[in-house]
Design a protein around this ligand. Structure first.
Ligand SMILES: [Zn+2]
Ligand SMILES: [Zn+2]
Length: 371
């Protein structure tokens, strides 16, 4: 059997307060609501606390006897099932309802997680600030002012309910009603903690660093178990959900696992053909622009897109060309263009209404006409 002091992670001369503090911390972490599958550890911690929190049991244990807390549990405290109820409510029910626990699991929280496109596409870490509820450090979640105790309710004797006997035609009936003095908790906080007003928790701001899986998109949720709010009475934490919001990128937009961008190129490059450098997430790449390229032409850079979520493989980058008409011509440049227009028989230009002259259909027509 493991050593109770080791189980709680305290020294052999730990004070009663330290033991209680260590127990509450471990019980929160190991509570079956938070950590199913660690019930045995939870029980070991509860047993250790049962022994070490009771002066006579602790003395006995220190002397090497009575290792099992349940052996001497008859007087005062009823073993760790009672302990469980004291802190977390529930347990075996009899005819009479159990008192409500002041300690409850914290709520789940949903927070927006802003990530840049690179992190969303390829994974990484992101930080998020959350406003949450944490255990009150002053009362350690108990709700009573320092140096005072949570008392057993005198009206219901800790049951949380009062029984009423009513005479009816069918005989006597017993009804249970929520105790008006303690509100059903079975305990009364006579002098609430100044820091948390008896709630056992305080508002806290936390910066959480999150691992972002590659390929996440807007609206994806990341669940962080046990990172939500601490519950009332210092109860176990709920879960934290982070909803991904991918920030806009200066160059690329996301289209599933593909990335799209517009590349503006000079008219001469479009006419003559060129290799245009483009900075991608994989470093600089050369975009091959064919001679006679048009605005709207799309060039695919295979496999340079975003990572697929939870799968191997990447999308592509689609580069859409925008041909830039030269402006602010010098006299010499103007002269050259005029010469070009003359050579191309475009001095009295005509346009073509409707479909773009170089749209996909006209290009097909040109090919069929053998031009
Ligand atoms: Zn407090
Ligand atoms: Zn009561």
């Amino acid at each position: 059997m493991s050593d109770h002091y080791e189980t709680l992670g305290v020294s052999r001369d730990a004070s009663a307060a330290d033991i209680k503090k260590a127990y509450r911390k471990l019980a929160r972490e190991l509570h079956p609501d938070v950590n199913p599958g660690r019930e045995d550890d939870f029980k070991a911690v509860s047993l250790a606390y049962d022994v070490l929190s009771d002066d006579s049991k602790r003395r006995n244990y220190d002397l090497g006897g009575g290792d099992n807390g349940q052996a001497g549990a008859g007087a005062g405290f009823g073993g760790f099932s009672d302990l469980f109820e004291t802190f977390f409510g529930g347990g075996a029910g009899g005819g009479r309802p159990q008192p409500a626990s002041r300690t409850r699991r914290g709520k789940d929280a949903l927070v927006a997680l802003r990530v840049d496109l690179r992190t969303a596409a390829f994974g990484g870490t992101a930080e998020v600030e959350v406003v949450t509820a944490d255990v009150c450090g002053t009362c350690d979640g108990e709700g009573a002012r320092e140096g005072t105790q949570v008392r057993t309710c005198t009206l219901c004797d800790g049951h949380g309910s009062v029984q009423q006997m009513t005479r009816t035609l069918l005989g006597q009936m017993v009804t249970n009603q929520t105790c008006p003095q303690c509100g059903g908790y079975g305990t009364v906080i006579e002098d609430p903690c100044q820091s948390c007003h008896g709630d056992g928790r305080v508002r806290a701001e936390e910066t959480i660093t999150v691992k972002v899986p590659a390929g996440v998109r807007d609206g994806n949720r990341i669940q962080l178990s046990g990172r939500g709010e601490v519950g009332p009475g210092g109860g176990p934490r709920g879960d934290l959900y982070l909803e991904v919001i991918v920030e806009d990128h200066a160059v690329f937009t996301r289209d599933g696992s593909d990335l799209r961008c517009t590349l503006t190129i000079p008219m001469t490059a479009a006419a003559l053909g060129a290799t245009i450098p483009l900075e991608t997430f994989d470093g600089e790449q050369g975009v091959e622009v064919r001679a006679g390229a048009q605005t709207g032409d799309t060039i695919r850079l295979k496999g340079l897109g975003a990572q697929q979520l939870r799968r191997d493989g990447r999308g592509d980058i689609f580069v859409t060309l925008a041909v830039e008409t030269p402006t602010a011509l010098t006299a010499e440049q103007r002269d050259l263009l005029e010469q070009l227009a003359e050579a191309r028989d475009e001095t009295a230009p005509t346009g073509s209404a409707g479909e773009t002259r170089h749209g996909p259909f006209s290009r097909l027509r040109e090919r069929l006409a053998g031009r």
